[in-house]
Design a protein around this ligand. Structure first.
Ligand SMILES: NC(=O)C1=CN([C@@H]2O[C@H](COP(=O)(O)OP(=O)(O)OC[C@H]3O[C@@H](n4cnc5c(N)ncnc54)[C@H](OP(=O)(O)O)[C@@H]3O)[C@@H](O)[C@H]2O)C=CC1
Ligand SMILES: N[C@@H](CCC(=O)OP(=O)(O)O)C(=O)O
Length: 426
């Protein structure tokens, strides 16, 4: 039996809505592909200005969304806007405007013996569909990154903040109009029905070139079953911190605390702590105490529970992305034990080793097959802004085309320009 339910009349209406967005995006993107860097920067400046001037309206829409929201604290926090967060959102658009234009970069160039000159040149991807969680800043971040990289965007916001996303998109489109750019470079799916996600995954009747899904398990399953266009998967972050036998104890405490508790609800938050049996007795009690004092619930295996107070962890815990102040803890036998645990449970997002042993770090960085591998650093650095990339659409957890933080460069593809003087092939 198919996991995909058959289309009914309403689905067909939603498919038609999404197809219409695709057609309008395609037309607008043709215009943007020819725009100069200065025109794109002017458009982004106007979009940021409109976000600032529409603060009251956007915050009112956000208050309405929040009043109707039933989710827990972490989800509420990331859905919440205030004047400071909105100003930061506008600032992020300005940061993107100041980035080097990724379109037209010469990625490689060479001469052939027959006199042909060949260049590989960065070009936009086209129309990008972004399906994302109820996190309002993604609306502006994705729009500005897509614009700077010459792409049109179709946004499908998390349903709990559709009102906020609508107000932000209205401001962004007003900014585009102020700058004389087509408003349809930024469009929002106007309905909450998840049938729209299905229509986007199917390519919006040829109107979408690439899909960026940001989300967790249920979205993953749907993407895997239904995507018909290329996908830059930005999926769950089941991130690990491994405290190796040569880890400095204070560093292990500070990094683990930050990796879990700085913002427990983001995809780069650590969900599992692995402690080498060689230092578990000396390091784990201190780490556990610091986490507990910060309000974190620990769930450990038998060896961890023998060393510090914590609840019992089941196998399910080690496969769970809590997105909350809860951390799974296991004591493992050396680097090999950590590598085996990570290979089994990781979602391929971000993992970190704490150690003073360079050889162990090198092995970890080489053998862990995740988008981001770290040495002596908090997993919460998994972020395009923190990487110096200006902003990010998110952290790509798949392997194709883009991996890790996705910024303007990752939102381009390339073509070859071949310059001849009348050569013919023998
Ligand atoms: N790698 C990365 O960069 C990022 C990853 N994430 C991950 O996102 C997750 C947390 O966000 P959360 O809000 O729970 O994510 P969800 O997966 O629940 O929601 C994300 C988006 O997907 C939609 N969606 C979810 N399931 C389906 C489905 N079956 N069919 C159609 N649409 C669907 C949601 O719509 P609706 O509103 O209707 O539920 C929403 O728009 C975590 O796993 C986190 O790690 C988050 C941000 C960045
Ligand atoms: N990379 C971003 C977080 C992205 C993310 O996880 O978003 P979300 O899961 O919606 O809170 C950051 O570090 O702020």
């Amino acid at each position: 039996m198919s996991a995909v339910r058959p289309l009914d009349r309403e689905d067909n209406e939603i498919e038609a809505i999404v197809a219409r967005l695709g057609r309008k995006a395609r037309a607008a993107q043709g215009h943007l592909a020819l725009a100069s860097t200065e025109e794109k920067r002017a458009a982004l400046a106007a979009m940021a200005a409109r976000v600032r001037s529409e603060t009251e309206r956007i915050l009112a829409a956000n208050a309405t969304d929040l009043a109707a929201m039933t989710s827990g604290d972490a989800m509420r926090d990331r859905a919440t806007l205030d004047a400071g967060r909105l100003d930061a959102m506008a600032g992020a658009i300005e940061t993107v405007a100041a980035l080097a234009d990724p379109v037209g970069r010469i990625l490689a160039a060479w001469d052939r013996p027959n006199g042909l000159f060949i260049e590989r040149v960065a070009t936009p991807l086209g129309v990008i569909g972004v399906i994302y969680e109820s996190r309002p800043n993604v609306t502006a971040d994705a729009s500005s990154l897509c614009l700077m990289s010459g792409n049109a965007v179709i946004l499908r916001s998390g349903s709990e903040t559709l009102g906020t996303a609508t107000a932000i998109v209205d401001a962004l489109r007003a900014g585009l109009a102020d700058a004389g750019m087509p408003q349809d470079l930024v469009q929002l799916v106007p309905v909450k029905d998840r049938a729209a996600v299905g229509a986007m995954l199917a390519g919006a009747d040829g109107g979408i070139d690439v899909i960026v899904p940001r989300g967790g398990r249920t979205l993953v399953e749907r993407v895997e079953a239904e995507a018909k266009v290329p996908v830059f998967a930005h999926l769950e972050g089941l991130c690990h911190v491994f405290v190796h036998a040569e880890a400095d104890r204070d560093m292990a405490v500070a990094v683990t605390l930050n990796a879990k508790m700085r913002r427990p609800g983001i995809c780069g938050a650590a969900e599992t702590l692995l402690v080498d049996a060689a230092v578990a007795r000396s390091h784990l009690p201190a780490i556990a105490e610091a986490l507990a004092a910060a309000g974190c619930t620990l769930r450990g295996d038998a060896r961890a529970r023998a060393l510090a107070p914590m609840e019992e962890a089941t196998a399910k815990d080690f496969a769970t992305e809590y997105l909350a102040p809860i951390l799974s803890v296991a004591v493992v036998d050396g680097l090999d034990g950590a590598l085996a645990h990570i290979a089994r449970y990781s979602s391929g997002h971000t993992e970190s080793i704490i150690t003073a042993d360079e050889a162990a770090a090198t092995r970890f960085l080489t053998e862990v097959d995740s988008a981001i591998v770290m040495h002596n650093a908090s997993t919460q650095f998994a972020d395009g802004g923190e990487f110096g990339m200006g902003a990010e659409i998110g952290i790509a957890t798949g392997r194709m085309h883009a991996r890790g933080p996705v910024g303007v460069e990752q939102l381009t593809t390339f073509k070859y320009r071949v310059h001849g003087k009348g050569q013919t092939r023998p």
